[in-house]
Design a protein around this ligand. Structure first.
Ligand SMILES: [Zn+2]
Ligand SMILES: [Zn+2]
Length: 250
């Protein structure tokens, strides 16, 4: 930005408005908008709001037109000594340079403050990210531990299921055996009455304590245990009793 394109701004911190029309300039090289200048410099003695300099001199504060008319520009310095003209111009340029420089310093300050804020924000974000990362890692570890626990439970479940299936198979096997045993026993029970009345009678006459026709079946029951053999013999006892009664009747 070239100096001629630069627009002065009110030096009141709370204002900073771009100046046009009339403005108030001070001997301490500050400038204010018409509103702030009128408010501040109507009191005496005046104090510069920007640098707190006392402005008690008659020409320490001046209300000036920033864009004077061509007629004014044509006449204002007329008749003055060249040295005076140059001195006035020099003072005006010093003022201008000071304003541009102050503005640059202010911008640099704002930039550095914004940079500091950005750094603080970045630091804050990094801390937040680290904190979230830690939380995330803790959650990941928890999930891994839960998965492991689940796998262990699954394995235990499968083992129990396998054992249950094994028991089921054993049960089915025993059930089948029991069914075939029942069928066989019933078969004997149904077949027995008619032939036994005669056969048992005949056999009983020869050897009453050892019925030889029962032995093969009896051996099979013995192999299943004493309880089964007991029930078998109890089941057969009435048949023998009936045989006795039958025999007695005869
Ligand atoms: Zn202002
Ligand atoms: Zn000042």
């Amino acid at each position: 930005m070239s100096a001629s394109k630069y627009t002065l701004q009110c030096n009141a911190h709370q204002c900073r408005v771009k100046l046009s029309g009339f403005a108030w300039v001070t001997a301490c090289s500050h400038v204010f908008c018409d509103q702030h200048g009128s408010e501040t410099f109507s009191r005496t003695p005046s104090v510069c709001p920007a640098c707190s300099n006392m402005l008690s001199g008659k020409l320490d504060v001046l209300r000036t037109e920033l864009a004077p008319s061509e007629q004014y520009k044509a006449m204002v310095l007329i008749g003055l000594q060249p040295e005076t003209v140059l001195e006035i111009s020099h003072n005006a340029l010093v003022f201008w340079t000071y304003q541009v420089n102050q503005e640059r310093l202010l911008m640099e300050y704002n930039l550095s403050r914004a940079g500091g804020q950005v750094l603080q924000m970045e630091k804050f974000m990094i801390q937040q990210n680290q904190s979230r990362e830690l939380e995330l890692n803790a959650l990941r570890a928890e999930i891994a531990s839960l998965k492991k626990g689940l796998e262990e439970y699954k394995q235990k479940y499968n083992e129990v299921l396998e054992r249950l299936n094994e028991r089921n198979r054993q049960y089915q096997k025993l059930q089948g055996l029991l069914d075939s045993l029942r069928m066989h026993t019933l078969g004997i029970g149904e077949k027995d009455p008619t032939p036994h009345t005669f056969t048992t009678g005949l056999v009983k006459q020869h050897s009453p304590h050892s019925p030889s026709f029962l032995r093969p079946e009896g051996d099979r029951f013995f192999s299943l245990g004493p309880d089964n053999s007991q029930s078998f013999f109890q089941f057969n006892t009435p048949t023998r009793d009936r045989t006795h009664s039958f025999m007695k009747k005869n």
